[in-house]
Design a protein around this ligand. Structure first.
Ligand SMILES: Nc1ncnc2c1ncn2[C@@H]1O[C@H](COP(=O)(O)OP(=O)(O)OP(=O)(O)O)[C@@H](O)[C@H]1O
Ligand SMILES: [Mg+2]
Length: 351
């Protein structure tokens, strides 16, 4: 096992497009790092550079003690799991799992032991090992792809959206299984997804990417609680954090006609971040509350989302089922739950 270190890694494609703009981070030995960000932000490019499937334009990548920039993918001691599983259709499940080991001239007896062990861990029956991939369900194929990675006993696993072909229920189940498996094996992992929930639940180290650069890096809850920018605030968490235009005036914050108390004074135009669950319903108008006009409600069973507006700006509030919803409602906010961002740079303000 090994730590993975990226140091100022850049990727400029042949057409001159800079897809990765100097990215640095470290995945500790045994850590689970998730790269998350919108489509086109450079997640797969980064992962493919770690895997050796894409040349690094500048910077260094280390896997364990070795700098791997010039090392062939085959010799990097990594195993990759792709979105489409990339299984060989004409080979049995067993042969698919054995393939990488045979390529490395591992003894057949050793291969049999490792495939059996991986099949046991992943609950793939002997009958399934004999089938062709097309005779398996999507979730089972996904397990085979995982199995092929496990048998290699690599220094690191690399995952590129491995669950995106599965239905919602199976995704949640496989997400849990991948997490448990990684904890049990203790293999350093880098996992790419655009699904923020998958990212939150899997990561020890979360790297939020935007336009080929890191927006924020940290533990998932740390990022959730203290997003470094409005981009992160809106990307991590569901529903997305509300971001409203506001104005600091001494110790108060104006949003439309409303005035909220602040714990740290600010002045001038700011962007105000409010999580849907941090708005507390009040029984009526009160000083220091936010008046919200109802647009529509989403019933989610265990709770409901009230979509409303304040001073012409949209706002989402999460409410327990016990709260009736009116055409106009008033909400209180703890000053500690107010996130403030610079109106121009959109970065988090100190304090
Ligand atoms: N071979 C290439 N030549 C030029 N540009 C490329 C090439 N491959 C990818 N790109 C561009 O680089 C950027 C990053 O692509 P990448 O595949 O890494 O994104 P991603 O974050 O994985 O997105 P997705 O979530 O859609 O998979 C995109 O703008 C893409 O169009
Ligand atoms: Mg991708």
């Amino acid at each position: 096992m090994a730590q993975v270190v990226l140091n100022n890694v850049k990727k400029i494609y042949d057409n001159g497009f800079e897809a990765v703009k100097g990215v640095s981070f470290t995945v500790p030995d045994g850590g689970f790092c998730v790269l998350v960000g919108p489509s086109g932000c450079g997640k797969s490019t980064l992962l493919r550079m770690v895997a050796g499937l894409e040349r690094i334009s500048s910077g260094d990548i280390h896997i364990g003690e070795r700098k791997v920039n010039e090392i062939e993918p085959m010799d990097r001691d990594i195993a990759m799991v792709f979105q489409n599983y990339a299984l060989y259709p004409h080979m049995s499940v067993y042969d698919n799992m054995a393939y990488g080991l045979r390529n490395r001239r591992t003894a057949e007896s050793d291969i049999a032991g490792r495939v059996k062990e991986a099949a046991r861990i992943l609950e793939l029956s002997d009958d399934m090992l004999k089938r062709k991939p097309r005779q398996l369900s999507g979730g089972q194929r996904q397990r085979v792809a995982m199995g092929r990675a496990i048998v290699r006993q690599p220094a690191a696993f690399l995952f590129d959206e491995p669950l995106s072909n599965l239905d919602a229920k199976l995704r949640v189940q496989m997400r849990g299984e991948i997490k448990q498996l990684q904890q049990r094996l203790g293999t350093t992992s880098i996992y790419v997804t655009h699904d923020q929930l998958e990212a939150m639940t899997l990561a020890d180290v979360l790297v939020v990417l935007n336009g080929g650069a890191i927006e924020q890096i940290g533990a998932p809850l740390e990022i959730y609680r203290k997003p470094a920018s409005t981009f992160v605030a809106a990307f991590i968490g569901s529903p997305a954090m509300n971001v409203l235009k506001g104005r600091g005036e001494g110790g108060t914050l104006g949003i439309g006609e409303a005035r909220l108390a602040l714990s740290h004074p600010v002045s001038g135009e700011v962007l105000v971040g409010l999580r849907a669950e941090d708005l507390q319903p009040l029984s009526g108008p009160a000083p220091g509350s936010l008046p919200v006009k109802l647009r529509y409600v989403e019933e989610l069973g265990a709770h409901r989302l009230m979509h409303g507006e304040i001073g012409g700006q949209p706002l989402v509030v999460s409410l327990g089922m016990e709260h009736a919803i009116g055409d106009e409602m008033w909400f209180g906010v703890d000053p500690g739950a107010i996130h403030l961002f610079d109106a121009v740079t959109r970065s988090r303000l100190p304090g």
